[in-house]
Design a protein around this ligand. Sequence first.
Ligand code: G3I
Length: 313
Amino acid sequence: DGLNTRAVAAGKKYFGTEISTYVMSDSAANEIAKNSEDFGQYTCENEMKFDALEPSQNTFKYDGADQIVAQAEANGQIMRCHNLVWHSQVPSWVSNGGFDNATLIEIMQNHIANVVGHYKGKCYAWDVVNEALNEDGTYRSSDSVWGRTIGPAFIPMAFAAAAEADPDAKLYYNDYNCDKPGAKATGALGLVKMVQEYGAPIHGFGMQGHMTVGQVGDASQYVENMQAFTALGIDVAYTELDISTSSNDFEQQATDYATIVSACQQVEACVGITTWGFTDKYTWINNGAPLMWDQSLQKKPAYDAILNGWGSS
Ligand code: G3I
């Protein structure tokens, strides 16, 4: 019995983790990642981002991401694929290219057609657009080559292009600080409606869920937030969950993980939870020990809390 088998028993599609090729090269860590009882799904940490896949124009490099997809296939794990259009990790040939609106649209559509085409049938879901909103819920523009050059129209265009390249993939909008009701979550609801009104398919909203121990609070606010999205006819998922603690408060961390699991359990269209890594040995957060295995690859209290957070289903 593990994190994934419990989530599936509770009616969810998966419990998963972010992984990268450098974690796979640590054989002890990779043994944990390969256990499909704990992880039924992978997300690539950086290997499917624009700069990794199309480092120069129309030259695609799939080797790193392909390694991860191959390991997932070998273990019966599904992929959430991350991501197609984001303001960060854009190669300089795009960000400094000085392209006009029409040319940048073509570049975006060409990238999506190639990448989604390459992984056609292999991605349960795609994060089509990542982090397109400012904290106040308005569309990001000055710090995004996409928003600045094309305007918010790039968003429905990206969804339409992804749907054309893989009609079976679940297409998500993914963002952070949208876990509770508030200005940014309201902006995300507006973004989903905008894509729907444009007539492009959108199937889910990914709440990244980068959280801090002690600030999580109770499940009801997360449930309420998810219900606002599922009322639009889409799924929701926690896509990058991690809960950092600067004081090694692993008991409160366990409680906070259980809160998010319980919130997902209370919303039928919450399809699954992905953590942004699984061991404190490999995390983007410095000194936050945000994950379920410690730096020595031993399980922390968060592990059992997640298992039991689904309840006795
Ligand atoms: O690939 C270069 C390498 O060539 C260079 O020598 C090295 C020197 O700094 O940098 C390498 O790039 C780094 C890249 O990770 C790959 O390792 C970048 O500096 C570093 O900034 C980048 O960080 C990633 C970050 O996204 C970028 O914004 C993190 O690993 C990754 O965990 C993080 O993931 C994001 C999600 O995609 C979106 N949501 C937030 C989440 C956490 O920030």
